[in-house]
Design a protein around this ligand. Structure first.
Ligand code: PBG
Ligand code: ZN
Length: 327
């Protein structure tokens, strides 16, 4: 082929930008936010340098700053003042997420507000739903937990959530929540399912951030083992069949092969660049071992290249700023 074909001809400084296949833009990004009912000023999260828990009173300002930067969607996690065995405060009309959604919607009406629908921040045992005895000892009970997820999703929708994002990996959660939302008159509310969620060590920093560590066991009886790709595909396929509007792969960076496969199912796909992915980049950059901006943009480009329409990333606000600088 050479010398007729010279690949470098198309890589010259001026030509190259015209031929770029994948670019990350602000509307691809979703910013996760932690709202803590027990604080009155932002609280730095030690395991995630640069991230904070915000008080309910501060959320509107944070959301409007993100909006001004061009971020159009946020994902809210709540840290309640009280935990109990059933996670009841997760569907309290005056609960932390419910208050936060109302305040964001009152301040920036067009911001797309997504809420994490799960019970692990609200249960005293830290598991994602109702616990009971099984053949192998105490574990997350599937069907009793579905009712809890329905209540949480409806409560979030009642308070203004545009998209609910069930993250508990229960069987039947999407179908159950869809029916409950429709019955309650919320057929316009979307479901972004954490459809393919792996049991990953990369959630470590999040558990400190959201105070959702578990008192016993682990999450391997409901989340997928990292080695199982057929199971990963089937999980997303089932959620698609149950009526999910948006699928999700989580974590993102270690699972790009899975993401590429799930992107062929026909629904939009979100990828969650999780707390551990954030902290690995952040900490290496803090030590001067890698360059933060370049590494983050490379990671997001790769996630998009694999097939994601949306990326949930703790870097969202920073990325919006960097994209502005580049213009
Ligand atoms: C709760 C939930 C978790 C994350 C999002 N929702 C933790 C878990 O499943 O243990 C992880 C997010 C992150 O690590 O950034 N079900
Ligand atoms: Zn959970």
């Amino acid at each position: 082929m050479f010398p007729q074909r010279r690949m470098r001809r198309s890589r010259s400084k001026n030509i190259q930008p015209l031929l770029r296949e994948i670019t990350v833009s602000k509307t691809d990004l979703i910013a996760p936010l932690f709202i803590d009912e027990t604080i009155t000023a932002p609280l730095p999260i030690a395991s995630m340098p640069g991230q904070f828990r915000y008080p309910v009173s501060g959320i509107a300002t944070v959301a409007s700053e993100l909006w001004k930067r061009g971020i159009r969607a946020i994902l809210i996690f709540g840290i309640p003042k009280a935990k109990d065995p059933c996670g009841c405060s997760a569907y309290d009309p005056e609960g932390v997420v419910q208050q936060a959604v109302r305040r964001v919607k009152a301040e920036v009406r067009e911001m797309v507000v997504i809420t994490d629908v799960c019970a692990c921040e609200y249960t005293d045992h830290g598991h994602c739903g109702i616990i009971g005895e099984t053949r192998c000892g105490p574990d997350l009970l599937n069907d009793p937990s579905l009712e809890l997820m329905n209540k949480i999703a409806i409560s979030h929708a009642e308070n203004g959530a545009d998209i609910v994002a069930p993250s508990c990996m229960l069987d039947g959660m999407v179908g159950s929540i869809r029916a409950a939302l429709d019955d309650a008159g919320f057929e316009e509310v979307l479901i972004m399912s954490y459809s393919t969620k792996f049991a990953s060590a990369l959630y470590g920093p999040f558990r400190e951030a959201a105070d959702s560590g578990f008192a016993f066991g682990d999450r391997t009886t409901y989340q997928i083992h990292p080695g199982n790709s057929r199971e990963a595909l089937l999980e997303s396929q089932m959620d698609a069949d149950e009526g999910a509007d948006i699928l999700m792969v989580k974590p993102a960076g270690f699972y790009l092969d899975i993401l590429a496969e799930i992107a062929t199912l026909g629904l939009p796909v979100a990828a969650f660049q999780v707390s551990g992915e954030y902290s690995m980049i952040k900490c290496a950059a803090e030590r001067g071992w890698i360059r933060e901006k370049e590494t983050v943009l490379e990671s997001l480009t790769s996630i998009k290249r694999a097939g994601a329409e949306l990326i949930i990333t703790y870097f969202a606000g920073d990325v919006a700023g960097w994209l502005d600088e580049e213009q």
